[in-house]
Design a protein around this ligand. Sequence first.
Ligand code: 13P
Ligand code: SF4
Length: 317
Amino acid sequence: MTPNDAELNERVLRLKQERKAVILAHNYQIAEVQDIADFVGDSLELSQSAAKTDAEVIVFCGVHFMAETASILCPDKKVLLPDKNAGCPMANMITGEELRRKKAEMPGAAVVCYVNSLAEVKAESDICCTSANAVKIVQSLDSDDILFIPDQYLGHWVASKTNRKLTLWPGFCPTHVKIRPEDIMAVKKEHPAAKVVVHPECRPEVTAIADEVMGTGGMCRFARQTEATELIIGTEIGILHRLSKENPGKKFFPASKRAVCPNMKLITLEKVLWALEDMATEVKVPEAIRLNAKAAVDKMLEVGMGQPPDMSRRVAL
Ligand code: 13P
Ligand code: SF4
């Protein structure tokens, strides 16, 4: 840590206390941001921490849809995104209006919405999912007519694991599609004993050659539990910081060094400090959208806790 970073850290920690704030960071954040956070996790774990915290302010070090989910779950807390431009291109690949049009073509279909989506899209959906629980969510549904949005590759992987036919929206993650089978084979050639673990946002040609396919929270648990001492990681490279820190005896290799999410990298220690100084940028979801979006997120959390989703509970506008 440079003297500048040490001073920044101290100022962030001091102001965090004054503001009664908590700092949440996604597994893809840069090392300095992960290291100052109160909690580092995947999308699901971060939503759950947001819902549980008694802090008055949540500084969300991640991308816009994650801060929105925190705001959906905690309307009384101030949710700050340290850089308002930190969006998720996949989340922007479907709007509420586009989903309404698709639903009109598929009346009666159950809509499963990956949390990497806009609040207005969640509000039009029946149930949300994350990479950690998508298989369980789809398995919990009775309907044979399921529209899965917006990630076609996560949807493709879930269909293969559940044997369910899903109608897929053609969205994708621009970072994960950069990982190619030949990249993995090249790293595997250098480290033949390494296990290959990839995110389900990767293309089917990539998930097909992996030893394990899981979300970022699953990867962190797997890395701790596996006897393998070398792992090739097919996801955004920010996670290698946490994996190496938590498993000093193991070696982690990125499947592709090109797997960088530029939006995740917009959050810096300086911006975390400025967010706390200016109490900006606040992310707040309009109440009518929030209530319906919350119904879809709550149904996901119910299934996560082992209860079947109550699909009738939508809020009338
Ligand atoms: P996780 O929920 O697995 O952390 O994934 C979030 C994400 O944005 C992946 O690109
Ligand atoms: Fe969105 Fe992909 Fe970045 Fe995840 S890695 S936040 S899906 S662009």
